[in-house]
Design a protein around this ligand. Structure first.
Ligand code: PLP
Ligand code: SF4
Length: 342
């Protein structure tokens, strides 16, 4: 009906892309309790508590994620993941700053080697969202953000250990790094003959789906390594059509898509919520991988679900879901050779 001239399309497309680029969305993320409260029409009575939590771990939520939160509802399961509370100042016994004892398994700056055959690399110190229950909320990223020269030491470590077949990019969020940096790193990893797999642990495709852009897909699709992207998704409402589209783009770059979640009080601590999450993941072409019980990090105790309740929940889930939609309920215990099934 309407024929646009190709020239017009060409000039319009890059402009639009820049406008909505992930970097711009990230730079415009909400970073204060006041702005969060205003944007979501929350009762201002929540502000003093939010300010207390914010002082411990700052607020960060991009608009694409905010858009999936129901305004004015203090119990929204997505809001609970990002709104700071006064309860974060409480530190019950057992809730500590490095619950996974990662500091003891860091042979090179930014490299964590706990499990046989795979190594975790801190590819970016930052995230696109600050999740209140984050087990790395106290992580000393400044001491672990490697320079190029330090990256060479991590790469040497991988080259020297032929038992390592998988490199896991983690963070922070590894996809918060630039594509230039990531393309360089993946190129270096690819040149290590005994590496077979590249795994990326990320929440960015959920928080800012536009992160899965042409520049990222270029280096990802070109890699000889087998690619696994483990998304971090806790609730069905986190998966809107733009997230589904981002997952489709990743699949076209031949990535296998999995999801890990954290079992969180008031967010996804019911059979219904977990079943809806698994079903919605599968609709997006993603299989559930792990359901983690909360790591006992200081500031997150109010999200804790007792083990007994977690087991009951998973038993209830097993009664209604096909086996391939069942996440594995696990805990990370420092010193163990893998995640521990509950
Ligand atoms: C969780 C984790 C892994 C990956 O474990 P999988 O069971 O293979 O998913 C690897 N290294 C570290 C340090 C981890 O914490
Ligand atoms: S995206 Fe992951 S690493 Fe980043 S704050 Fe959330 S839970 Fe922590």
């Amino acid at each position: 009906m309407i024929t646009r001239s190709p020239a017009k399309v060409q000039t319009a497309t890059p402009l639009l892309a820049t406008d909505n680029s992930w970097q711009r969305q990230l730079s415009q993320a909400i970073r204060s309790p006041e702005a969060l409260c205003r944007r979501l029409d929350l009762d201002p009575a929540c502000l003093p508590g939010a300010a207390q939590g914010h002082a411990l771990f700052e607020v960060c939520v991009p608009e694409a994620y905010l858009a999936r939160i129901v305004p004015g509802d203090p119990h929204d399961p997505l809001l609970r993941q990002v709104l700071p509370l006064a309860a974060e100042a409480e530190t019950p016994a057992g809730f500590v700053s490095d619950p996974l004892a990662e500091a003891a398994h860091t042979p090179r700056r930014g490299l964590i080697h706990k499990y046989a055959g795979r190594v975790l690399l801190i590819a970016s110190p930052t995230c696109a969202i600050n999740c209140r229950y984050c087990f790395r909320r106290h992580f000393p990223y400044d001491a672990n953000a490697p320079s190029r020269a330090q990256w060479q030491q991590s790469l040497d470590y991988l080259r020297d250990d032929t038992s390592i077949h998988e490199a896991i990019l983690s963070g922070g969020d590894p996809l918060a790094a630039s594509d230039r940096q990531l393309a360089w790193l993946v190129g270096e990893l690819e040149a290590i003959p005994h590496l077979r797999r590249l795994r990326i642990h990320t929440r960015l495709p959920v928080v800012i789906p536009e992160r899965i852009d042409a520049a990222l897909l270029d280096w990802l699709a070109a890699s000889r390594l087998q690619k696994v992207v483990v998304l971090h998704i806790n609730h069905a409402n986190e998966i809107d059509s733009s997230v589904v589209a981002a997952c489709e783009r990743l699949k076209r770059a031949s990535a296998t898509l999995l999801s890990q979640s954290v079992l969180l009080r008031g967010v996804n601590d019911s059979v219904d919520a977990q079943a809806a999450l698994s079903e919605r993941l599968f609709e997006a072409g993603v299989l559930p991988y792990y359901l983690h019980v909360l790591d006992p990090v200081a500031g997150a105790a109010h999200f804790d679900v007792p083990d007994e309740e977690a087991r009951e929940l998973v038993a209830g889930l097993r009664e209604i879901l096909p086996g391939f939609l069942m996440p594995r309920l696990v805990r990370e215990i420092p010193g163990e050779a893998s995640k521990t099934p509950l």
